[in-house]
Design a protein around this ligand. Structure first.
Ligand SMILES: Nc1ncnc2c1ncn2[C@@H]1O[C@H](COP(=O)(O)OP(=O)(O)OP(=O)(O)O)[C@@H](O)[C@H]1O
Ligand SMILES: [Mg+2]
Length: 332
């Protein structure tokens, strides 16, 4: 077991009869990381979480979570982790406070410790004013926030969130995102999050594992995943005059360049490392005394990465329905 890891998984397999839902997964999540598992419906995300949280037995392979060997001690691991499951499970006929209190009692927290912890969490998830309201009066986003608080009540070292924003409107999703980023501040909390939303994985996660049909097909930071796709950057330049034909082979020979084409206004270059390439292109153009009117660098999205590794699109099947189009803001 690696002491630097909050979650460590080797050759983890889950079979249901002949069907393999999780297929030889290898993972190492470091302490304090916000780790994403991104994949389409049926990829095996929930099954993976259920194994790591001791809910379903592991078919084969090894898994340590918060230092506990999950295969041998599935009961013990639950004390060290918080779980926010895909289905909403808070009790509709209890108040927000009561829902948290039941959990704290379940974990044998003494009364003196329960009250301040619950109050702190109700403030943090923005439900303090509604602490005495029955959960049946809550919106989906409020319920989800309550369940995140519930997952944290016993101060776990690792928090598992399974599709924390599924079915929520864009504004409520954003509230949950901000909450998750906020929860990590100053806390030694490791978060494992499964999602089929690309923007969520990109905005929140330090590293992302892309899973498809039970297998990890790619793993890295969102930036690293993008750079794994050849020609992942596009540099577009508007020029003050036409580019001489003689200059084209030179541009094509620059390191990382995959393709150079003319546009109405200038040129478009597809390349592996666009940011580093941009000044070199401009320098080459200077030899023709060609001024650059504007330059734009665009990178591919995680959607393109997903298509590259799986041959299929994720977004078409799974984009949230309704509501205004959601823009991914820059991560703070
Ligand atoms: N108890 C079970 N018995 C048989 N098959 C199962 C069982 N649980 C899950 N599966 C199958 O395992 C596969 C992975 O399911 P899982 O729920 O882990 O996917 P997921 O990635 O969480 O999907 P979603 O995005 O829809 O939540 C699916 O094909 C599912 O039908
Ligand atoms: Mg699931």
């Amino acid at each position: 077991m690696n002491p630097d890891c909050a979650i460590e998984v080797h050759k983890l397999v889950k079979r249901f009869g002949d069907f393999t839902a999780v297929n030889e997964v290898e993972l190492e999540v470091r302490h304090g990381e916000l780790f994403g598992v991104l994949g389409p419906n049926g990829a095996g995300k929930t099954t993976l979480v259920r194994m790591l949280t001791g809910i379903v037995p592991i078919t084969s392979g090894e898994a340590w979570v918060a230092g506990v060997d999950v295969r041998r001690n599935p009961g013990t691991v639950r004390e060290a982790i918080g779980v926010v499951s895909q289905a909403l499970t808070s009790d509709m006929d209890l108040t927000a406070y009561e829902n948290l209190d039941i959990y704290a009692r379940f974990f044998d927290m003494p009364r003196g410790a329960r009250k301040p912890r619950i109050e702190e969490l109700l403030h943090r998830v923005g439900l303090w004013e509604r602490r005495k309201s029955l959960v049946r009066t809550f919106s989906g986003g409020m319920r989800r926030r309550l369940e995140i608080a519930r997952g944290l009540v016993h101060k776990p070292r690792v928090l598992f969130l399974d599709e924390p924003t599924i079915g929520l409107d864009p504004q409520s999703r954003r509230v949950i995102w901000d909450l998750l980023l906020d929860l990590r501040k100053g806390a030694e909390l490791t978060v494992s999050l499964t999602t089929h939303y690309l923007d969520e994985a990109e905005f929140l996660c330090d590293r992302v594992a892309i899973v498809d049909q039970g297998k990890i097909v790619a793993l890295g930071t969102p930036q690293e995943l993008k750079s794994m796709v050849p020609g992942s950057d596009t540099v577009e330049l508007a020029l003050e005059g036409p580019l001489p034909d003689a200059r084209m082979p030179e541009l094509q020979a620059l390191p990382g360049v995959r393709e150079v084409e003319r546009t109405n206004e200038g040129i478009r270059v597809r390349a592996d490392g666009g940011a580093a390439l941009l000044p070199r292109i401009i320098e080459a153009l200077r030899e023709d005394h060609l001024g650059v009117k504007s330059a734009a660098l665009s990178r591919i999205s995680l959607e393109d990465v997903f298509i590259h590794f799986t041959g299929r699109s994720l977004r078409e099947e799974t984009a949230p329905k309704g509501g205004p189009k959601f823009q991914v803001p820059a991560r703070r």
